[in-house]
Design a protein around this ligand. Structure first.
Ligand code: GN1
Ligand code: MG
Length: 344
């Protein structure tokens, strides 16, 4: 995207030169993110406030976590925004979109595919460390930034609503995926049972632990820092471990159209569990440990439901670059779910 798309007043408010070098960065589906090379390097992001309708809640949650971590774990690197001239964390443009600025964390890279067990271990330990460091914080200090974000029961209902409202034509286009999604409805009952029984402790979780939301050292597979903290809020460990499993066990990503390339790599799965537990085990209950095999299946299912629901509603939520992309993603996730269900 050209520099013209960053409003001048946003740059001015953040004390950035209007002729700074700007390049799009990252592969997120929701926001627009730019690398700015001024005297220093920054990451400037336009928050998608159609999705995140309460951006101030994100800012408050992050500040709460940052203050707590700075006090209790001063060596822990947690990304925090740079305030604008007027001391604000968010600068609004004329269209009402909030923008925020971060320092670039140098000498780091993101990866879209896990290629080694070390990388899997490191990523999982990295996300585990965040929740572990926040283990003693009062969860009631945090508000949900997106209501019922990983509530599987609600996501299933949303899918049913979209299905009921979709045209006959659209329903036909994804008839196979609809049938498959229904086959796994038993996971919703398992989820409800798990939540209602109180087996899982409420924790501060990241809730978007896909592999490209962690920065690795550019020269070694060391996890340096967790990014994309929009959904840092109360949740359950299955959400974080589950999304790691979903995005790491297969050698191809959720975007892969050729489902024959999707695989369950057991050594990677084992490394994820070992990495996550290396940080988290001491804080986890016996009941939580028993729920581990459910995590990956649940999060893969929720993404299949969400991609399919978005296709049915006409692709209004996830950014797409070709017409069938959400259908491809849903098919991909359903295939991964099938494989996971056989393996774990
Ligand atoms: C979205 O923005 P991004 O790409 O980090 C989504 C996640 C999904 C993910 C699937 C707020 O995350 O829940 O797992 O796409 N985030 C939101 O790629 O909906
Ligand atoms: Mg995100």
């Amino acid at each position: 995207m050209a520099i013209a798309s960053i409003p001048a007043r946003v740059l001015q408010n953040f004390n950035l030169k209007e002729d700074s070098l700007v390049a799009p960065i990252g592969s997120g589906h929701i926001h627009q993110t730019f690398l700015i090379s001024d005297t220093e390097k920054y990451v400037l992001q336009r928050v998608n406030s159609n999705v995140f309708t309460k951006p101030e809640v994100i800012a408050t949650n992050n500040r709460t976590a940052a203050n707590y971590l700075a006090k209790n774990f001063p060596a822990y690197l947690f990304p925090t925004t740079i305030a604008s001239q007027s001391g604000a964390e968010l600068v609004y443009d004329d269209q009402g979109f909030p923008w925020r600025l971060y320092p670039l964390i140098e000498n780091t890279i993101t990866v879209d595919f896990v290629t080694s067990t070390t990388e899997a271990y490191e990523a999982a330990a990295g996300f585990g460390r965040l929740t572990k460091n926040l283990n003693e914080i009062d969860c009631s200090l945090f508000q949900p930034t997106l209501d019922r974000f990983h509530d599987l029961d609600w996501r299933y209902q949303q899918f049913e609503t979209e299905l009921a409202q979709a045209s006959e034509q659209v329903r036909k286009e994804v008839a196979d995926e609809i049938d498959q999604v229904k086959l796994y409805k038993y996971l919703v009952a398992e989820y409800n049972q798990l939540i209602e029984s109180g087996a899982l402790k409420e924790r501060i979780t990241h809730n978007d632990t896909k592999i490209n939301n962690i920065l690795f050292d550019k020269d070694s597979p060391k996890a340096v820092c967790i990014i994309d903290l929009d959904t840092l809020m109360p949740g359950y460990f299955i959400y974080d471990l589950g999304d790691l499993v979903r995005t790491c066990v297969s050698p191809v990503s959720e975007e892969e159209a050729d489902i024959s390339k999707i695989e369950f790599r057991r050594p990677i799965y084992d490394a994820l569990l070992t990495g996550y537990l290396s940080e988290m085990k001491a804080t986890m209950t016996q009941e939580e440990l028993l729920a581990i095999p459910f995590a990956g299946k649940m999060m893969t299912y929720i993404m299949a439901l969400r991609f399919l629901a978005d296709y049915l509603r006409g692709n209004t939520y996830y950014h797409i670059s070709y017409a069938d992309q959400n259908k491809v993603r849903a098919r991909n996730q359903l295939h991964l779910l099938k494989i996971l269900s056989q393996a774990i």
